[in-house]
Design a protein around this ligand. Structure first.
Ligand code: ZN
Length: 355
């Protein structure tokens, strides 16, 4: 095994307003049937009319109230197999959750066993069926990353299928698709890119390519969130590219993401808002970005709920701590190998109490 990292990029993407119309030409090439996973949000929307579904194709609307679970992937995979044997293309149209589902199902159509068997690093053995990603929200970077994050409820873990096979073969980046996103959600999700990249740039595990992509993504986020309207046409274009660069960078995170994961596991908050709730109390660790984050919220008139964790049961505080502190790599990246003496249990719980 070589010790050198051999990096894969997304082979094809279209970036243009209205480019969802190109989908019909792209899927025409496939002999078998196509499976579409579409966010339920678009069920009664004009976007649905742009889906070039043919007779044997399968359309599944996905409810994103919960983040994707391994059990859901197995269930969806069975449904695809019940539709026929020759699925040759999987299309995901939606936010991060739907894109992760599309990637995971595509992989499971060509690999034996259950989705949970492939949570980890480079465990997927065979390439999945052709994957097309069409993001309708910008920020998680899931369109560009080599993972699909899944929650395994029985084992209590949230972990991705990290593999080159978990990357899309084709992306359609159409900024018109983010026009209808609710403002708060647009902000929370967009900040995922900003936070991811600033954690990476403040950490000790660094690399010139990751730094360059992260710096550009942050610059675009600043232009978007410090402007008068983060959702103007030009800003939605910029945000889509910031998210793509952030996903390509996929740098190492720091203090925000581990605590955010704790909030998701212990209290069920979605990733975007959980990140923002955590950033809102981390002035001590990221003083410069904290001020900038507050400015961005004010400028875009976005608010965050408060008092969510001030009076919880001791057991919940324990769970918040244990599901955050297990993220050793990011915490080491941010605070060094002795992170447990800096971010003690007492200290972390006192931080959570301010959320
Ligand atoms: Zn994130």
């Amino acid at each position: 095994m070589t010790e050198f990292k051999n990096i894969k990029n997304i082979p094809k993407y279209i970036f243009e307003k209205g480019s969802i119309s190109s989908l019909s030409d792209i899927v025409k090439e496939f002999d078998g049937f196509v499976v579409y996973f579409i966010d339920k949000f678009f069920q009664d929307n004009d976007v649905k009319k742009k889906i070039p579904a043919r007779r044997n194709d399968l359309i599944q609307f996905i409810d994103t109230a919960d983040e994707p679970k391994t059990s859901l992937i197995d269930k969806l995979c069975d449904q695809v197999k019940a539709n026929g044997e020759n699925c040759t293309c999987v299309v995901g149209l939606g936010g991060g959750s739907v894109l992760y589902i599309a990637k995971a199902v595509s992989n499971m159509l060509t690999n034996k066993g259950k989705a949970e068997d492939y949570q980890g690093w480079d465990l997927v053995e065979n390439p999945g069926v052709y994957k097309i990603g069409i993001p309708t929200l910008s920020g998680t970077g899931s369109e560009a990353s080599r993972t699909c994050v899944l929650t395994n409820v029985e084992k209590g873990i949230k972990l991705g299928m990290n593999s080159d096979y978990s990357m899309f073969d084709q992306l359609i980046l159409d900024p018109d698709l983010t026009k209808t996103v609710p403002r708060d959600q647009y902000f929370y999700t967009g900040m995922d890119t900003y936070l991811h990249c600033m954690e990476s740039l403040n950490g000790s595990y660094r690399n010139v390519v990751i730094d360059a992509l992260s710096q550009k993504a942050i610059e675009l986020c600043r232009e978007v969130f410090l402007s008068d309207d983060m959702m103007s046409e030009a800003n939605r274009e910029k945000m889509m590219i910031a998210s793509y660069f952030g996903g390509c960078a996929a740098g190492n995170v720091g203090v925000v993401h581990p605590l955010s994961a704790g909030l998701s596991i212990a209290l069920g908050y979605h990733h975007g808002i959980a990140n923002c709730l955590v950033m809102n109390i981390l002035e001590e660790y990221y003083p410069y970005e904290y001020v900038e984050f507050k400015d961005m919220m004010e400028k875009q008139k976005v608010s965050l709920p408060t008092g969510l964790c001030s009076k919880l049961d001791q057991k919940i505080y324990e769970k918040l701590y244990s599901s955050s502190i297990i993220h050793e790599k990011p915490l080491t990246n941010a605070l060094g190998a002795e992170f447990k003496t800096i971010l003690t249990k007492e200290k972390m719980i006192s931080l959570f109490k301010r959320i």
